[in-house]
Ligand binder design. Structure first.
Ligand SMILES: Nc1nc2c(c(=O)[nH]1)N(C=O)[C@@H](CNc1ccc(C(=O)N[C@@H](CCC(=O)O)C(=O)O)cc1)CN2
Ligand SMILES: Nc1nc2c(ncn2[C@@H]2O[C@H](COP(=O)(O)OP(=O)(O)OP(=O)(O)O)[C@@H](O)[C@H]2O)c(=O)[nH]1
Length: 443
């Protein structure tokens, strides 16, 4: 991908369907003749021109705004042209076809942003944040994606990488003078600096963790016997009637999924078929799906009828749950009968909404959300893994310290590479393919 010929690419940049205005975007190494061919004018760079877009016979396809950004001062770093026409799918498609006639090919998903990355307009973390900004599901997620897009996240990583490079130079220079090595490193405060970098990496890990929560959220599965109020609880949390509620036990047959936001953190809730012994073929399939949903969840809420509490039926369910799945017991229907409360359990009335605020804050705290953190970057699992790997190598480095300068040097090198992979210093083509192929077309 990285070595692909930088030919001319074009795509509809606006969302599919009808809209007020729609944009066709073109990028290529040299598009200087393109504007004239499509509009009959030679535009002033970066000026809005109201023009007629023409087909190959000179017939008008649409009228609109033409923008010409000669490279390198453009989004991709190449020549970029925007045709801002009327936002109908057919008319935009006609404009796109005209671009293809003029030598462009259809852009692949994320290819404009890939070019921006390859032309050093964005680093990899910034490019990823473009997609995360578009996909953001809450205002908080938008704000932290913007923090990554403006380079705040990358800058922090770059500072750490620079610190590591300094330290490596020091350690590697010392390797050549074995006699004085320890004094030399000590006088340069090498070990203090190492400890300091390690601590800063931990801090970045904390804000990246928060960011990945904002991006990916957590998945919560509601389980329990039939009729305990799982669907009612889902509806209460979602604020709408997404699942069918009825007094008939065994109403929910299939898993019902709904994502809600709590303080901007996406919580993916799965309502499941009630767990019981049954001969009903359809219900049995539903129960199998319940177990599958349990396997994928990050947290389970076991609903019980507050009147009965945890019975032997629940004990059997609990025994079958994955050992590492965090589990909370939630007593529902406390409007009918409220038992003495056990510490650690949750008490609600899905019907009246009692206890729901407490439940929401519990979900946030189990997810690890810290409201007081101010500088959250919208991070991905990839970033978190790189940070954790860097931290691991730094901890190894601290451990070996001066006992083996060769090992110390190697750990520092590995830590630096792990951190640098976040902004894409040495990224392989397949990683780029994986990242950019998930973008939408035209981005
Ligand atoms: N019409 C339109 N709106 C858009 C975009 C676009 O491509 N077209 N964007 C697309 O994602 C986003 C804005 N991002 C952009 C980023 C850089 C440049 C750009 O031309 N950069 C040049 C000039 C910088 C300057 O003048 O300060 C550069 O970096 O050299 C344009 C848009 C959102 N809105
Ligand atoms: N009084 C009272 N009734 C409730 C409450 N929550 C649910 N119910 C009632 O309990 C019955 C079952 O509720 P559902 O939400 O369908 O229960 P479920 O656990 O999803 O049931 P299945 O789909 O059979 O697994 C319905 O009649 C609800 O109106 C509550 O907090 N208080």
């Amino acid at each position: 991908m990285q070595n692909a010929k930088r030919d001319v690419i074009a795509a509809i940049a606006t969302a599919p369907g009808r809209g007020g205005v729609g944009i066709v975007r073109i990028s290529g190494a040299n598009l200087s003749t393109f504007p004239f061919q499509i509009s009959g004018i030679n535009p002033i760079p970066r000026h809005a021109h109201f023009v007629k877009f023409l087909d190959d016979t000179g017939e008008i396809i649409d009228e609109g705004i033409l923008l010409y950004f000669p490279g390198p001062h453009s989004f991709t770093g190449e020549d970029v042209i925007e045709l801002q026409g009327h936002g109908g799918p057919i008319v935009l498609n006609m404009l796109l076809v005209r671009c293809l006639q003029l030598g462009a090919r259809l852009a692949e998903p994320g290819e404009f942003t890939l070019r921006a990355y390859l032309n050093d307009k964005l680093d990899l973390a910034q490019a990823e944040s473009v997609a995360d900004l578009i996909d953001a599901s809450s205002e908080q997620a938008v704000k932290s994606a913007m923090r990554s897009l403006t380079g705040e996240f990358s800058n922090q990583i770059e500072i750490l990488v620079a610190g590591l490079i300094d330290l490596r130079m020091l350690v590697e220079a010392t390797l050549d003078f074995p006699e004085e090595e320890i004094e030399f490193l000590q006088s340069a405060k090498a070990f203090d600096r190492l400890a300091n970098i390690c601590q800063q990496v931990s801090q970045v890990e904390q804000s990246a963790k928060q960011g990945s929560l904002l991006r990916d959220g957590i998945s919560v599965v509601l389980i329990g016997q039939p009729n305990v109020g799982k669907s009612s609880l889902l509806n209460r949390l979602a604020g709408e009637e997404v699942a069918i509620v009825s007094a008939v036990a065994g109403t929910t047959r299939d898993t019902v999924r709904e994502t809600i936001q709590i303080n901007g953190v996406p919580i993916h809730i799965v309502d499941t078929a009630g767990l019981r012994d049954t001969e009903d073929e359809v219900e049995l399939i539903g129960i199998q799906r319940t177990w599958r949903a349990i396997e994928q969840a990050s947290l389970a809420l076991l609903l019980v009828d507050a009147k009965h509490g945890v019975t032997s039926v629940e004990d059997t369910i609990i025994a079958k749950l994955p050992a590492n799945l965090p589990l909370y017991t939630l007593h529902n229907k406390i409007d009918l009968e409220c038992p003495e409360k056990l510490a650690g359990d949750i008490y609600v009335s899905a019907k009246l909404g009692t206890g729901i605020a407490e439940l929401k804050s519990l979900l946030l705290s189990v997810a690890g959300w810290q409201t007081e953190m101010s500088s959250v970057f919208l991070a991905r699992e990839r970033h978190l893994n790189a940070i954790r790997l860097a931290k691991h190598h730094l901890e190894c480095a601290i451990e070996v310290q001066a006992n083996s300068l060769e090992l110390l040097a190697e750990d520092l090198r590995l830590a630096q590479f792990a951190l640098a992979s976040i902004s894409g210093g040495f990224s392989a083509d397949d990683l780029l393919g994986e990242i950019f192929s998930r973008f939408c077309i035209g981005k």
